[in-house]
Design a protein around this ligand. Structure first.
Ligand code: SAM
Length: 231
């Protein structure tokens, strides 16, 4: 057990942790299905970051009902936008709004050939799976140019986030939340970390620790991506 500004972490996970996490996310109605008229600043920044790469095809892993793809529809009107999520009710809702999204988990990635999508991304998804590595490595394999992860990340801190005992505590996190080391992905693949920016979601809980980590398989200038974040 270790402490991170009052957030307790444990690496002592049971044998059914992966399946338990999936079962929770299959059924929960916790997620907002749309950002409505005023998306949060972080979502707008991530959409601008993605658009800066001018991808012709984008795949979101853990897309829920498609609220991030909705932002991209405006910024990238001719790109192919698609996604997958384990939550069938969310996917049903998103499909009824015209999104090209399917029910599934990481096993769906095995069906994509290498370099299938110009860009793949996650927004707070890998922090809800006990082991991010097989998924991130598959996302890198199916990405032709970029993989963008927007996840909480603190160097040297990994483990499951234990929920504080007091229900009213504003540090409360959703069940099945984990901190992972995403930096090692750049060491074990042909992708390099092109951009690594802190973009807090909110001031409490793990909110301050969210980062946009853009991995690139192509040799490009990082400047347009940095500029997209300051627009
Ligand atoms: C915190 S929500 C974020 C949703 C979306 N990315 C957003 O920003 O609105 C996490 C999402 O990951 C999905 N998820 C969790 N584990 C998954 C898995 N193994 N395969 C596919 N989706 C998963 C959940 O159903 C949920 O929609």
């Amino acid at each position: 057990m270790s402490e991170l500004d009052g957030i307790r972490l444990t690496t002592d996970l049971g044998p059914s942790e992966t399946e338990d996490a999936k079962q929770f996310w299959r059924q929960t109605e916790l997620m907002g299905k749309s950002y409505g008229a005023r998306p949060p600043e972080y979502a707008l920044k991530i959409a601008r970051l993605i658009a800066a790469g001018q991808p012709e095809s984008v795949f979101e892993f853990g897309c829920n009902a498609g609220r991030n793809l909705e932002q991209l529809r405006t910024l990238l009107p001719s790109a192919r936008l698609a996604g997958v999520d384990i939550n069938a009710a969310s996917i049903r809702f998103g499909r009824s709004r015209g999104f090209d999204i399917w029910v599934g988990d990481e096993r769906i990635l095995a069906g994509f050939p290498d370099n299938s999508w110009d860009l793949t991304f996650t927004i707070s998804v890998l922090d809800h799976v006990p082991d991010h590595r097989p998924i991130a490595n598959e996302l890198l394999r199916v990405s032709r140019k970029y993989m963008l992860l927007y996840e909480p990340c603190v160097r040297g801190r990994v483990g499951k986030i234990e929920e504080p005992e007091r229900a009213s505590d504003d540090r409360r996190v959703v069940p099945y939340s984990y901190l992972h080391n995403y930096y090692e992905l750049g060491d074990t693949s042909d992708a390099r970390l092109l951009l690594d920016e802190s973009i807090p979601v909110k001031p409490t809980g793990v909110g301050p620790y969210y980062r946009a980590m853009l991995f690139s398989k192509v040799s490009v200038d990082a400047e347009p991506f940095h500029r997209a974040l300051t627009e």
